[in-house]
Design a protein around this ligand. Structure first.
Ligand code: SF4
Ligand code: SF4
Length: 422
């Protein structure tokens, strides 16, 4: 037995706390989680049933923590989890799970399957069975500050270009301001219009803000790959920068899991409360709307719908804010089937977009989103996650669909009333 496998086995064993043991015992095998998971509904392959993906964890629990499991192992009736089994399970734990949480939402006995998939990932990392793409992204995040290798000079070049092409200013390292904005590297590279939109909105709202040159990256590869140590290190960088600049609020960008990482997991990871507040950009915009700080003019004429990013809406609870904002600027906003908390994943969350060998399956399960959109016959799709946006655009290309995908923050900024100050 290799030392790496033993490390992975021990890591899996250590992940089994009281709630996990209760989850594993309480499954009534109803199959509802299968019908909630797009990897099962789009393939009908029983191996993609969410609870089945947790089989290695269940086996470790049975063997280590139940009398029957211990007896069975002693009598040679039960097989211990093997290294080959963990290698086989990589596809089920990474390539076919986006951590979307739809399975956890429907489970009648309240099993949080996502939390357990995350626990299995901790064991897989320790056992050396994480996907190569995610390992590379995590290494870049730790050593270069960004999973895509985006460094400060690249951000500075984008800022310079935005300031030259528009009339906005983007402050860097300003202390004592209202907001510190963090960005996903995908926004910096592919959707810089998000940054322009923030600058316009802050100017109209009369708020002070900044970006930190020491911690501008919001993406947390540690959460995706399943390494609490990496997740903690990446959260700590943002926390240290925000506390050094003494900002009041950190704004999580249009990125689903970045919000989960900093807002819901961050204080637990560093084991203390933050000295600042964390809000998603849509929460901030909706507050500005309520306080009358942003004024918009005109409406989108297109028939449009909203794709709910899983980590933001289902897992994060930001459900009504995007709808309030859309109604501010759109006359023909229509909901998808299964809107809000129950919406279907784009198929590329949870780090899956970084796994090259999962691409074929990802495109296959995108059929669910395609079907949702086909029945609506919309002209535009709006969302609030750069990763969803990227994955959806790739899905459209694969299915030869022509539909613009727009970020909600950008759409709001496009409708701001322009005055001499704004
Ligand atoms: S979290 Fe989403 S993708 Fe993962 S098993 Fe559950 S429903 Fe399937
Ligand atoms: S929905 Fe819950 S109880 Fe039903 S099979 Fe899945 S995990 Fe078990």
């Amino acid at each position: 037995m290799s030392a790496t496998f033993e490390r992975g086995y021990q890591a899996l064993k250590e992940q089994i706390d009281t709630p996990t043991a209760a989850y594993l015992q309480s499954c009534v095998h109803c199959g509802m989680c299968a019908e909630a998971c797009l990897f099962y509904t789009e393939t009908h392959d029983p191996k993609y049933t969410p609870i089945y993906k947790l089989e290695p964890l269940r086996k470790v629990w049975e063997q280590e923590y139940t009398l029957w499991g211990r007896l069975g192992a002693m009598l040679g009736l039960k097989q211990r989890v093997t290294d080959a089994e963990l290698a086989d399970w990589k596809e089920l734990i990474y390539d076919s799970c986006t951590l979307c949480g739809r399975c956890s939402l429907v489970c009648p006995v309240g099993n949080d399957i996502v939390a357990m998939v995350r626990k299995v990932r901790e064991g897989m990392v320790a056992a050396g069975h994480a996907p190569a793409g995610q390992i590379m992204a995590s290494k870049r995040a730790v050593t270069q500050g960004s999973p895509m290798g985006v460094k400060l000079p690249t951000l500075q070049a984008q800022i310079k270009r935005i300031e030259k092409d528009t009339d906005v200013q983007i402050p860097m390292d300003a202390a004592g301001v209202d907001y510190m904005v963090i960005l996903s590297s995908m926004e910096i590279m592919s959707f810089p219009e998000y940054l322009t939109a923030i600058a316009k909105i802050m100017r109209q709202a009369g708020k002070t803000w900044t970006i930190s040159s020491e911690a501008f990256e919001a993406t947390n590869s540690g959460i995706q790959i399943g390494s609490s140590d990496i997740a903690r290190e990446l959260v700590s960088r943002v926390v240290n920068a925000a506390e050094k600049l003494a900002v009041k609020t950190v704004i999580s960008p249009e990125c689903g899991h970045a919000y989960t990482a900093i807002r819901w997991e961050g204080p637990n990871l560093i084991q203390r409360p933050f000295k600042f507040q964390v809000q998603h950009i849509l929460e901030v915009l909706d507050e500005f709307r309520q306080q009358g700080l942003i004024k918009t003019a005109g409406f989108e004429e297109a028939r449009l719908t909203f794709h709910d990013p899983c980590q933001l809406v289902r897992r994060g609870g930001v459900v009504q804010q995007p709808r309030n904002l859309l109604n501010m600027v759109a006359k023909n906003f229509v909901e998808m089937s299964d809107p809000g908390m129950a919406n279907w994943c784009c198929g590329g969350g949870g780090g899956l977009s970084a796994i090259e060998e999962a691409e074929e399956l990802r495109i296959k399960v995108f059929k669910r989103k395609k079907d949702q959109l086909d029945e609506l016959k919309v002209d535009t799709l709006v969302t609030a996650c750069a990763n969803c946006r990227n994955i959806i655009e790739e899905g459209f290309e694969a299915y030869q669909m022509e539909l613009p995908v727009v970020g909600l923050t950008e759409m709001i900024a496009d409708h701001l009333v322009t005055t001499s100050q704004t």
